[in-house]
Ligand binder design. Structure first.
Ligand code: FES
Length: 94
């Protein structure tokens, strides 16, 4: 519910949904969703986001908001998921 998850309201706002192993980010008013399972060795919750990059602090891999690797040690992209929104309900389809 975007009315509750207010962090997602602004461009660059992001959210880690630990239970669903999903990262969600607002990119210019649209939403992207990626797996939070790092393709390096599988850390799923040690994420930060800055300068439009997701950073896995387990070993420092960096990914863009489409999941592409910007810096290793990871060498595979994060899987991305489809998003759709209706009113304040954002749906992520895995
Ligand atoms: Fe993410 Fe190693 S598990 S960088």
């Amino acid at each position: 519910d975007l009315a509750v998850q207010t962090a997602l309201a602004v461009n660059g706002g992001w959210l880690l949904v630990i239970d669903a192993q999903t990262l969600v980010v607002n990119v210019g008013g649209s939403y992207r969703a990626l797996t939070s399972v790092c393709t390096h060795t599988g850390c799923d919750r040690n994420w930060t986001f800055s300068s439009s990059k997701f950073i896995c602090s387990c070993h420092g891999s960096e990914f863009d908001t489409s999941g592409n690797v910007l810096q290793g040690p990871a060498n595979q992209p994060l899987k991305s998921f489809t998003t759709s929104s209706s009113g304040t309900v954002l749906t992520v389809t895995k």
